[in-house]
Design a binder for this molecule. Structure first.
Ligand SMILES: [Zn+2]
Length: 288
């Protein structure tokens, strides 16, 4: 069993992390079925890093079909404490152009029908989510993006839509009127599940297009997005490498103790089967 420090979830266009010196490829089992694909575990700047392609290699899963719970649970089982989530996004702002990279600090969830919690079945928890992204991990990501590309869009709001169709122009203008900065299809429920699993989370958003609002640009196509992402894949790998090089050893944030403030249920009265299922999450809160 590997003890992973940093987990990386790759989005569209990023299906491998060849900067990592591969030690193992694993297919973990979880109570939520298998994750999107095999997880690569390897070494990078002395850290143990796990890489999981969110859509599966060959890009086989729609955003709505991604097994978010299995993905996050599998990374937790590997001992990961920090999760970096890379994804392609559309720009909703004049400041963000294709090939730019944003490191958002807020998320608006417009998805529906995706299981968004590990809890239920007799164990209740309400995690704090006012800051959906870990400020400490985000700062490391932001500095790494700046180091690799010379610039970064620090902060901003990611609105997560269900997809898979892109926005209508009216929806795009609505999101702009709300002050959203980027739009994607995968940050939720990933961010909520990572918080429930007491891991740190940050987003690195690779801008591929202007969504549907821009008057002078071509409407967004999947082809266009892939062209930009192929160009950006090398940057993404260099950013992860820079992050691994500068990640502080311990955690000074409060992500790792989230459930101490969130669990409502008296675990001595909770159903045995649920407690067993959630053991990797609940272990610090169970009496021996
Ligand atoms: Zn944190």
């Amino acid at each position: 069993m590997h003890r992973v420090d940093l987990a990386v979830i790759g989005g569209t266009g990023l299906y491998d992390m060849d900067v990592v010196e591969v030690i193992d490829r694993i297919r973990p089992r979880t109570p939520y079925g298998p994750p999107s694909d095999e997880i690569t575990v390897g070494r990078l700047h002395g850290l143990m890093v796990a890489f999981l392609p969110r859509h599966g290699r060959g890009h086989r899963l729609l955003p709505s079909e991604i097994p978010y719970r299995a993905n996050v649970f599998a990374l937790k089982q590997l001992g990961a404490t920090r999760v970096v989530s890379l994804s392609a996004v559309g720009s909703l702002s004049d400041r963000l152009k294709p090939m730019d990279i944003a490191v958002p600090d807020q998320i608006v969830d417009k998805t529906w029908g995706r299981p968004s919690t590990f809890f239920g079945d007799g164990v209740v928890a309400h995690v704090e989510f006012s800051a959906p992204v870990c400020a400490t991990l985000r700062a490391v990501a932001s500095a790494a993006v700046r180091q690799v590309t010379g610039t970064v869009h620090d902060g901003g709001t990611y609105v997560c839509m269900e997809g898979p169709a892109f926005s209508s122009k009216a929806e795009s203008l609505l999101h702009r009127s709300w002050g959203m900065d980027v739009i994607g299809m995968t940050a939720m429920p990933e961010a909520k599940l990572v918080r429930e699993a007491e891991m740190c989370y940050c987003l690195i958003s690779l801008v591929t297009d202007y969504d549907a609002w821009h008057e002078t640009e071509e409407p967004v196509s999947a082809d266009m997005i892939l062209t930009y992402l192929r160009k950006n894949a090398e940057n993404a790998k260099a950013i992860i490498s820079a992050m691994a090089d500068s990640l502080p050893a311990g955690r000074s944030c409060s992500c790792g103790t989230t459930l101490s403030r969130a669990l409502v249920t008296d675990l001595t009265r909770a159903p045995f089967s649920t407690v067993e299922r959630l053991r990797p999450l609940l272990a610090p809160y169970l009496k021996a």
